[in-house]
Design a protein around this ligand. Sequence first.
Ligand code: NAP
Ligand code: ZN
Length: 351
Amino acid sequence: MNKIKAYAAASATSPFGPAMIERREPGPHDVQIEILFCGICHSDLHYARDEWHDLMPTVYPCVPGHEIVGRVAKAGSGVAKFKAGDLAAVGCMVDSDRTCPECRAGLEQFCPNQTMTYGSKDNHLGLPTYGGYSDLIVVDEHFVLHVPSNLDLAGAAPLLCAGITTYSPMRHWGVTKGQKVGVVGLGGLGHMAVKFAHALGAHVVVFTTSPSKKEDALRLGADEVVISRNADEMRKHAGSFHFILDAVAAEHDINTYIWLLRRDGNITLVGAPQKPLAVGAFGLLLGRRSLSGSLIGGIAETQEMLDFCGTQGITADVEVIPIQKVNEAYERMLRSDVKYRFSIDMASLRS
Ligand code: NAP
Ligand code: ZN
């Protein structure tokens, strides 16, 4: 067992501060990774503040972080995919049973016995799992990804959650050239969705509550930007979208977007607000429209997404911060004041 440095929150209302956590010595199939960058996802905030209490009450002290990029420090004797010195990445999962139908289908994110990167029970130590706001992490090689060497590492870290969460539903729903695709909420997830939809050849429309983000949205790959609080602008797009990705972290009216779908169009929810959203039946009935959800993506698809990013030169637009600024970063994220992902330089934890 190793005691290592981390940043933890002791309760839903406590700020993050330095803490020590335990990690196992790497076993034969484990990779020990020195963490170089860790993105800050809005899910980290929901979890740290116990906003998903009814579904998964937060275990304290909690160490979030599931957008992890680093370098392999040690690889177990049976590890085939990695050696010391390699770049490596870890997302939202660190284990699953690998025998259930979901795992066999490459959809480990839906495994009933999945171990999440933080807040799950660790099968090895019996402790809660701790995430990437820490010095190093030990993970079974099946859940460790390769990072294309041409990508900037600070900007690559958010691909492990914001990237795969937006890439996966677009692949599932067949987003392709010539389609009209909407992205609701230009935050960490939303800005990755714009990049992917653009790279897939779609006509991309961003819906934002922040007029100040208009120029950025166009630069990121949007063809049009709609200020979603402007009802006239919204109405112009009625019945026209093949696919809309809703990446909003707070309460909002999803019905407005359902009505923007064309016949058989789909809106996929990836945002996970604390409170339930009300859905009117008629928006779905008329036009046989559908509303669905999506959760990150499987391991094979996550590697596919990283390789796609390597080929296309896609990374997140990040603001790099030291770990000591994580509390301030959370407050700014709540004000939608991040362009477009915080990426923590984990060297700051060691200095
Ligand atoms: P984020 O960076 O905070 O972005 C959320 C965006 O939502 C904001 O930038 C803002 O965009 C918009 N927004 C915020 N408050 C709003 C309001 N009251 N009404 C309308 N729009 C509002 O968050 P994120 O990290 O991208 O995460 C987004 C959500 O996805 C979170 O709930 C997170 O937990 C969830 N998530 C889900 C998965 C999954 O697997 N399904 C994975 C990761 C994250 P504008 O300024 O453009 O309006
Ligand atoms: Zn996330």
